[in-house]
Design a protein around this ligand. Structure first.
Ligand code: CTP
Ligand code: MG
Length: 181
């Protein structure tokens, strides 16, 4: 069925952008990116955005893209879907874009007076899509055009918030995250 194929393709193509946030939660800690600096009486980003978490997140996303590229043929054959491999530029765009989007979201949260960990519905669920897709389009234009057709992008925008709520709920239940968002 075409819809299921599109969903499989969308999840596959977005995995290198989904994993960085979770890896950052596991690896986070240490020096905050903003170095403790404030702007207008509020932290620039806050203690929740660290160098270690960001590096681990980008590394995990790129590593996953490499693994997916190696098994794309086999998994695609099992699912009966043609799944793309990830050129390095696409992997970097997806992984770094996800982390950048998350950092940008924290910047916006602090500017709107939200403390670390505060909820920002909508932004929390789609921040990484908003940056990772344009950055990937910029870094790997041909690949992006071939993989992220409009139907795939639509599935990503609808499915990502659901997956985000689900994975963060699990991370919260396991005690890995302080809040379920
Ligand atoms: N994390 C990190 N570096 C990042 C992103 C996340 O170290 N670039 C780690 C931090 O330990 C952070 C945790 O992952 O506390 C959860 O991430 P997130 O929910 O994005 O951060 P919050 O602590 O909720 O802070 P914010 O309100 O700024 O989103
Ligand atoms: Mg949070």
């Amino acid at each position: 069925m075409a819809v299921l194929e599109t969903i499989a393709l969308a999840v596959w193509a977005m995995l290198p952008a989904y994993v960085p946030n979770n890896a950052a939660v596991l690896a986070g800690g240490g020096r905050p990116i903003d170095g403790g600096r404030s702007w207008g009486g509020r932290r620039l980003l806050g203690d929740g955005k660290t160098w270690r978490g960001t590096a681990a997140g980008i590394g995990a996303g790129i590593a996953l893209a490499g693994i997916l590229s190696a098994i794309a043929g086999e998994v695609g054959a099992v699912l009966g879907v043609s799944l793309p491999t990830f050129p390095l530029r696409a992997a970097i765009g997806l992984a770094a874009g996800a982390m950048l989007g998350d950092i940008l979201a924290s910047f916006l949260k602090r500017r709107t007076g939200r403390e670390r960990g505060a909820m920002f519905p909508g932004l929390d669920q789609l921040d990484f899509v908003v940056v990772s897709l344009p950055l990937t389009a910029l870094l790997a234009t041909e690949w992006f055009r071939a993989v992220f057709t409009w139907d795939v992008v639509l599935v990503v925008v609808v499915l990502t918030p659901l997956l985000h709520v689900l994975t963060n709920g699990i991370a919260y239940a396991l005690g890995l995250k302080n809040e379920p968002w």
